[in-house]
Design a binder for this molecule. Structure first.
Ligand SMILES: [Zn+2]
Length: 305
């Protein structure tokens, strides 16, 4: 049973919005693409764990903290007698494992995910123990991409290769015989509450610096991301792919992008009018703001929360 779903991390959202509105510096661009790929890998794994039918609690994407150290769990599954957690890697292409090192073929060394898994395992075990739960914890690395091959995969490493995923999950399902109790539910609840507490403290250090004047304004098409859109009556039409969206929902979508990118800026009709570019009347923007946000102040000092 799905207990906690995966949502797109805010950092990824910021980078996604920035990427279409400015030229990201090379380092940030590759960081963004990695983050995106990782997220997509998580979604791919979710589509498999989502089919699990037995008494299992599936918690996706937990950011936890123990001993002043933050660690991330891509997926955690609570069964009646064990806690499994998964580090998901969306690597593609031929890889080779040699002397505890992982290389992308022919010889590019990439960080061995085992080190990260071990670190998370230690922290997770301690955290769970501190919560008074006495269940074994097992960490597994999932290579989710069907285009991934690993040569010389050691038998004793907790690696799940794309070809093994299906049978692994079937085995997990069939080996779960006893029911979950309130204790398991309470643990899931506790872990989710810890995740929420921590995410607010999380700071993003990998974002480029940007200001309102530096980023491209306008409404981009929801489907193809093009900024070539035109307003016709109550609709906005993409001139590139032809997608038609209600203007009010496109404005709201664009307001959300603005708020994600500029958390500390005040939301006003003028700012959003400038931000949308293509909406001919401020009245229409004001209506969307009034319908969806709380009005603070009046006249020219009005802003929205
Ligand atoms: Zn389009």
């Amino acid at each position: 049973m799905l207990y906690k779903s995966r949502s797109k991390p805010e950092e990824l959202l910021v980078l996604e919005y920035l990427d279409k509105r400015m030229a990201l510096p090379e380092t940030e661009k590759s960081y963004y693409l990695n983050l995106k790929k990782g997220f997509e890998g998580g979604i791919m794994f979710d589509s498999l764990t989502g089919k699990l039918e037995t008494d299992l609690l599936v918690l996706n994407d937990l950011l936890l903290r123990h001993n002043k150290t933050t660690f991330q769990i891509d997926t955690l599954i609570i069964s009646s007698n064990k806690i499994f957690f998964y580090e998901i890697k969306n690597y593609e292409g031929d890889h080779i494992y040699e002397a505890d090192k992982l290389y992308k073929f022919p010889k590019t060394e990439i960080t061995n995910p085992l080190n990260q898994l071990r670190r998370s395992e230690t922290l997770l075990k301690q955290l769970i123990f501190s919560l008074g739960i006495n269940l074994p914890v097992e960490g597994i690395i999932v290579f989710i991409n069907p285009e991934f091959t690993l040569y010389q995969a050691p038998l004793n490493c907790p690696f799940l290769l794309p070809t093994q995923l299906k049978s692994y999950l079937q085995k997990l399902e069939s080996s779960t015989t006893s029911k979950l109790t309130n204790k398991h539910q309470a643990l899931a609840e506790k872990l989710v509450s810890l995740h929420l507490l921590n995410i607010k403290e999380n700071k993003y250090s990998n974002l480029p610096s940007y200001e309102f004047d530096q980023v491209r304004k306008g409404i981009s098409c929801e489907i193809c991301k093009s900024f070539s859109v035109s307003v016709t009556g109550h609709n906005i039409k993409c001139t590139k792919c032809g997608y038609v969206e209600l203007a009010s929902s496109a404005i709201l979508r664009n307001i959300n992008e603005f708020m994600t990118l500029f958390r500390n800026e005040k939301l006003t009709t003028n700012v959003i009018y400038d931000w949308c570019q293509v909406i001919p009347s401020k009245r229409r923007i004001r209506k969307v703001l009034i319908d969806n946000f709380k009005i603070v102040g009046c006249n020219q000092w009005t802003y929205y929360l």
